[in-house]
Design a protein around this ligand. Sequence first.
Ligand code: HEM
Length: 225
Amino acid sequence: MSTSRTGFWMGGAFVVSLALAAIVLLVRGAGSDPTHTALRLTARWAYCFFWPAYTGGALASLFGAPFQELSRRGRELGLAFAAAMLPHAGLIAWLYYISPHPPLPTHSAVFFGAALFLAYVLALFSIPRLFASLPRPAWVALRTLGMEYIALAFLLDLLQNPFHHGLVNLLAYLPFIALACAALLLRLCAYAKRYAGSRARTQAGSANAPMPHAGSRYSQSSGNP
Ligand code: HEM
């Protein structure tokens, strides 16, 4: 994908996220409750980019060709996710500014703060020069840790209070919880498939002469697993 297409996706993700936050705060005021609503909306919007970035590689390795293109778009989707999270970060700063007491317990703030930090570290390493400076194992470890950690942050946040405010509230949560669980399952299946494949190759390798290593291309965009 060209730089301008990447910019288009990042710009679009950011502008819609910002518009969602602005509309809520303009219509309902800039107090704590509307800020919480805006945080929930911007997180859901950002998830629309994170989900395909997170599962694209797994879908491609499980179901093949129809998902190869999605898998190749991992970098662009990840950057769009990071862009869509910027208003979420701005709202967090605003919430801390207007709250007389810290709005989150320290351990939650540290946990989600680390997820946000990882999102922008991954975005930083999408810059080709920085990416090229990182050895392949370090990039794979960083990408795996970052993506799994952010996925966990989404899942835990979405599971916090789906049953508290009636049916409409539940309906706002269920599709996202279902997506988060499906993503986890897809990733686990893809890891299992890859593990089984590498075991089979090792066994075949000990019986035959060594084969050239498939999948050794060092790609920035292909998602885990
Ligand atoms: C990549 C990092 C982050 C992710 C994936 C994330 C995800 C989410 C999600 C999914 C929601 C919606 C929760 C719901 O509907 O109940 C949300 C809301 C919220 N987030 Fe984040 N968040 C992140 C970073 C942070 C950080 C760093 C903070 C603060 C230190 C924070 C504070 C909040 C707050 C206060 C809400 C509103 C919760 C509510 O009113 O129920 N988030 N976030």
